[in-house]
Design a protein around this ligand. Sequence first.
Ligand code: GLN
Length: 487
Amino acid sequence: MNLSNLTAAQGLDLLRRKNISAAEWTDSLLANIGNSQSLNAFITPDEENARRQSRLADAAYADNTPRPLEGLPVAVKDIFCTKDLKTTAASDILKNFVPTYDSTVTLRLQRAGAVILGKTNMDEFAMGSSNENSAFGPARNPWSRDIPLSPGGSSGGSAVAVAARLAPVALGTDTGGSVRQPASLCGVVGFKPTYGRLSRFGVIAFASSLDQPGFIARTVDDIAPLFAVAAGHDPLDSTSAAQEVPARPENISTLNGLRVALPEEFTDNAAPQILSAYEKGAEILRQCGAEIIDASLPHTDYALAAYYIIAPAEASANLARYDGVRYGERAADENASLDELYEASRAAGFGDEVKRRILIGAYVLSAGYYDAYYNRARKVRTLVARDFQNVFEGADLILAPAAASDAFPIGERADPTWMYQQDIFTVPASLAGLPAISLPVMLSENGLPVGLQLIAPHFAEARLLACAKIFEDAAAFTAAPPAVDTE
Ligand code: GLN
């Protein structure tokens, strides 16, 4: 058996029954990573450490003292700080940054026995929807045949790693869709919990009121154990929630009596092939016993504009620290003045999209424009959140498209506003801080995966994951990328 095809749930089960060893599992994935360098999924693989951790996991099984994720290989987006392991956020300005501490999420996973395989490719500072904004070049979607396709972004490398069987599960971050959109483009599952569930401590900041860690996996079943271990209050993150974390998804076997809302704004905005997936998804839910109800999220049309004010505003503040003195690479000779040093370091260290966001952010926060842009965007954000509250008074879940299109060719989309439109279906739940999961549902006319999202009320992850599992089983999406050997 090729162990790289194991899902997290299958692999952990075989480990507990001592049918496989953690070392074999990790070694087969490391071999795949080595053979798949053309996918550019990893910025920094961590072979040596992964091998060592997997052998320690085997010792724990031999002692009958395994922890909940003992021996589970995990790929980690290169935005999570990992002690003694380079963490670049795919930026030249951090190309030599080796953290002295771990992010809370990676620490909790490791303390539960997970084995980190390495750090995955992404858009620089998580700004982007295609992985093309990486200082290390784009990751490549394993569904590509002739022309190289984008895996989506910003957590593109993590989605590629899972889809191409380089890792059973991966960590991503989702500020406006960066877990859910690449999951959709790569035919895998992407989950972001409620804002505040997963600590942001040690996650390099983009837009702090929106940034969230999330998980990418091949099945819904693989997500629940990661969530159970990683979620929960963290005193090191002041926005972390004190709510108790459910140990497992709700125990339900049908969607009978469940009301799922289909907001009309999503239908109106969907391209034809996305719309047909959306309709198919609604039909599947109906067959599972759910009642499909009409709904409206009237401020959805303004959500994207509000996001592209709020996120750059926060980014411009968060990225001010990379000045070549306190943080970041320095690019100036010794005779440079302080201003010249800042200018040269930031000009050399940041890529175009990051610079664009800093400029937009500084502009919308400037004295004359603060009320007209930033404050107005914050009001729109409140209205978007209120729309969701209203819908959830009459519905348990919302069904929405995940990405605006299927995978698109690398290098073809030069217009940044086209790229911003990719987030049209994911940004609303981000502004409202709601838990959402994207699942592959079908193949498009191009033979490429298309995903849909289920969105739930705050802190309803136990229900969301249970319903997502039923939906996943009924949708029965089993296709794998062409180059992947599924034997
Ligand atoms: N594509 C969006 C952006 O560029 C979302 C990114 C993200 O979720 N990190 O801002």
